[in-house]
Design a protein around this ligand. Structure first.
Ligand code: BTN
Length: 232
């Protein structure tokens, strides 16, 4: 494993992007114990207090451009599988579209994937709340997982992502999609999708081959939702 370990940095995604631009190998991981400007999706801040895991992995996927979005689902499943291995038996892991990880219905981990124009590399940024969580979220300690350090979780996650990437490059998205749907939060239930220009209420009917959310409307038509936050 090629790990760049930092005490603190602004954002591990920034460091990883710079390394990727300078030719760092696929699989390189940047790990920081704290971040001063951790970023979440949609311009949100990611509170990055020591004790939690903040890491970014560089990936140079062997995939066509139209399938690149599938990596965020692959990463979510790698996280879910990793947490399931170490979680106490009475805690539940779900994935919430597109790629949040929930434990006992509360967010425990998030993913921020960044790239540049020609997609020769991706940076997969992962935050896992281990010892602390912001208001409304949860952490592994709260869910009864106390025996694993950030480093151990990073190593388990690295192995799981690599296994799934190999499987994905060989077998495509179908197994990832099935694994994702098995753990999907609110699948088959009524959800509200708040999009930039409209709010839709329908039944969460699954995801398609590209990872778009399928929303069954009251008139039984299906809407494919590619972007926008979904509030459940
Ligand atoms: C989200 O759910 O909004 C995504 C959160 C991603 C946070 C991680 S922490 C490591 C990496 N560096 C960042 O600045 N963000 C990601």
């Amino acid at each position: 494993m090629n790990i760049v370990e930092l005490e603190t940095t602004d954002s591990t995604n920034n460091v990883a992007k710079e390394l990727a631009q300078n030719g760092a190998a696929s699989g390189t991981i940047v790990w920081a114990h704290a971040q001063t400007a951790g970023r979440g999706r949609q311009g949100n801040q990611w509170v990055s207090i020591p004790g939690n895991l903040f890491m970014s992995m560089i990936l140079r996927p062997k995939a066509s451009v139209e399938n690149i979005g599938q990596i965020s689902f692959l990463t979510a499943i790698a996280l879910a599988m990793t947490l399931e291995k170490i979680i106490s038996s009475d805690a539940e892991v779900h994935v919430k579209w597109p790629n949040d990880i929930l434990i006992n219905q509360k967010k425990a981990s998030g993913i921020l994937i960044e790239t540049e124009g020609h997609l020769s590399w991706l940076v997969i940024g992962i935050g896992v709340n281990i010892t602390n969580a912001p208001e409304g979220a949860t952490c592994l300690y709260e869910a009864g997982i106390k025996t694993h350090t950030a480093r151990q979780i990073l190593e388990l996650l690295d192995a799981q992502i690599n296994t799934l990437v190999q499987q994905w490059e060989k077998d495509g998205f179908a197994p990832i999609r099935a694994a994702w749907l098995k753990r999907a939060y609110k699948l088959g239930e009524s959800i509200t999708a708040r999009l930039p220009k409209e709010t839709l209420v329908g039944v969460f009917d699954g995801i398609d081959h590209s990872g778009a959310l399928l929303l069954k409307m009251p008139d039984a038509t299906i809407k494919n939702i590619n972007s926008g936050e979904v509030f459940l």
